[in-house]
Ligand binder design. Structure first.
Ligand code: FEO
Length: 169
């Protein structure tokens, strides 16, 4: 059986993951409008991964015969500025998500819910990767992003990203 508070925050986390999907989709649309189709694709794929993250939480709760509480998903902002500002915003957003995942780990320990404590490690690793990827893109944008030819090459590079469904293992 899962911890009482743990169940609650896992349901809140489902909402945060689906909100993240909305946010990345809004960013993807904005970047597409700017003609940065590679950056746009990167964000669109990230949006799909966030849906996977939400679904893995849903499946985990269902497997443990717990109730799913699907809360309203807020609208994300729809206007953004430069790619650098967007990726800085992504980094700050992911830091928030990491703090949220950390709090699930802490709560699992407090409630002696070791199944969830073990499960949430997958998310902790995922957050390390997401923050690292985002920081690398920010570094490149800071180093070369002001040159149009460099931005073009970065756009091509990010456009190579492929979607692979995320699974909890
Ligand atoms: Fe599902 Fe970007 O964290």
């Amino acid at each position: 059986m899962l911890g009482t508070k743990v169940k609650e925050i896992l349901n809140e986390q489902i909402n945060k993951e689906f909100y993240s999907a909305y946010l990345y989709l809004a960013m993807s649309a904005h970047l597409s409008d700017m003609g940065l189709y590679g950056f746009s694709r990167w964000c669109e794929i990230q949006s799909r991964e966030e849906i996977d993250h939400g679904m893995i939480l849903v499946e985990y709760l269902l497997k443990h015969k717990e109730k799913i509480d699907l809360k309203n998903i807020s609208s994300p902002q729809m206007n953004f500025s430069s790619p650098l500002e967007i990726f800085e915003q992504i980094y700050n957003h992911e830091r928030e998500i990491t703090r949220s995942i950390d709090s699930i780990a802490v709560k699992s320990d407090e409630e002696c819910d070791f199944a969830t404590r073990n499960f949430i490690d997958w998310y902790l690793k995922e957050q390390i990767e997401e923050e690292d990827h985002t920081l690398r893109i920010i570094s490149k944008l800071k180093a070369f992003g002001s040159e149009k030819s460099s931005l073009y090459l970065m756009d091509k590079e990010l456009g190579q990203r492929e979607y692979h469904q995320s699974f909890y293992q």
